[in-house]
Design a protein around this ligand. Structure first.
Ligand SMILES: [Zn+2]
Length: 397
């Protein structure tokens, strides 16, 4: 097996930084002196979606737990369990709803302060750290300001913009910036790691716009491809106001269906597990009180699941909008004869035809309408309203 950093596509510089820090960390564990700043207790991993923020954080966590001098060999028990998510000293916080609350964060900080059971590091990986509530952020900040000697916090966020990560937290972290990997590098990893045929890998890597996970999905998942085809058919369907509303409604329904499918299985499994733990249908002394408590726990679970469903719906819709933006970008690239590769090679004929019909200005207005729609949804505008407004602009130009 290759080492733990092998799946970080096209990120040579960040990987080098992480390797050096992990080696310094191993020397700390061995009781040696290291230069100040050689190892840091708090890190932020940023970069565009799909660039591998959480992959990088996970790889670094594994290197910290690696039993062979912090190289992240990928073969020892420490590497294996850290990458697999079962290492006793590595915790992953993955928010299921729209935010990470203060209680969750306090519990985490408390546990992170204990001595690492494996004798190396306590590692806390916070995915989507941009979803920390303000209070949760403050609880985390306290831990980062005075970190326990063997605790490391790894935060993943789309950017270090103050909207995403508070300036105070950022100022106490070392920042690892990942870039959007070039399509050929993504295609290479799909072929090497996942055994995908090279021509399919190249197409999927371009269509996914540097998003490794999305590329893999497009290459393997028939339904994901079908949904993408439907999105890319939108521009030529917009022939009038009625068609715009139909297209908007179809786009949202498709995102909802995709999201429902994504959460249905885990929802049912969680509910079954909770009901079993609560011993559904118990009788005898105390059963009435237990049932009241059980009702509360089920309510909590339902609330968490609703919040996750909302997020899943937004994510699905956003993916569709990114595909759509790619199409208008391709039209613009073709109109301007820009020397960059197009994203959706399989509908190059359609984007080429549109380039012959529209002016650069009107294409740009369409592209901006898609981006404005993403922003609006991000700002909590109701999706159907935002998408309908977008479709009308896409039609009129
Ligand atoms: Zn190892």
């Amino acid at each position: 097996m290759t080492d733990v950093f092998a799946d970080l596509v096209g990120q040579d510089e960040p990987v080098e930084t992480l390797r050096r820090a992990a080696e310094a960390a191993a020397r700390v564990v061995a009781g040696e002196q290291v230069a100040a700043g050689a190892m840091t207790h708090a890190w932020i991993f940023t970069g565009p979606p799909g660039s591998g923020r959480s992959v990088a954080a996970r790889a670094f966590a594994a290197a910290l737990e690696c039993e062979r001098g912090g190289v992240g060999c990928g073969e020892c028990h420490g590497c294996h369990t850290a990458v697999g998510g079962t290492h006793a000293d590595v915790r992953f916080v993955v928010p299921e709803g729209l935010s990470i609350g203060v209680n969750e964060m306090r519990a985490l900080v408390l546990r992170a302060a204990s001595a690492p059971s494996g004798g190396r590091w306590q590692v806390v990986v916070i995915e989507d750290a941009d979803r920390l509530t303000e209070q949760a952020g403050n609880a985390l900040l306290k831990a980062i300001e005075e970190p326990p000697p063997r605790t490391v916090f790894l935060l993943c966020a789309p950017s270090t913009h103050p909207d995403d990560i508070s300036v105070t937290i950022r100022s106490r972290c070392r920042v690892i910036t990942l870039r959007q990997p070039p399509a050929p590098a993504v295609a290479e990893v799909l072929a090497r790691r996942d055994g995908i045929a090279p021509d399919v890998a190249s197409w999927a890597a371009a269509a996914a716009q540097g998003h490794v996970g999305r590329a893999k999905r497009l290459a393997n998942d028939h339904e994901a491809r079908g949904r993408r085809d439907a999105v890319l058919a939108v521009p030529r369907r917009l022939t009038g106001v009625g068609a715009c509303f139909e297209a908007a409604s179809a786009l949202i329904k498709s995102a909802e269906a995709e999201a429902a499918e994504a959460v249905a299985e885990s929802d049912a499994a969680e509910r079954a597990a909770l009901e079993q733990a609560l011993g559904a249908g118990g009788t005898g002394r105390g059963a009435a009180g237990a049932m009241r408590g059980a009702a509360g726990q089920l309510k909590d679970l339902e609330k968490r699941q609703r919040s996750r469903a909302t997020r899943s719906k937004r994510d699905a819709l956003d993916r569709a909008l990114v595909d759509l933006a790619g199409f208008y970008r391709d039209v613009l690239v073709t109109t301007l004869k820009a020397p960059v590769p197009i994203v959706h090679t399989d509908v190059a004929q359609q984007s080429g035809a549109a380039a012959g019909k529209w002016t650069a200005e009107s294409t740009l207005r369409r592209l901006e309408a898609v981006l404005a729609c993403r922003d609006a949804i991000d700002q909590n505008v109701k999706p159907d309203i935002a998408v309908e407004a977008m479709m009308l602009t896409l039609w009129r130009g």
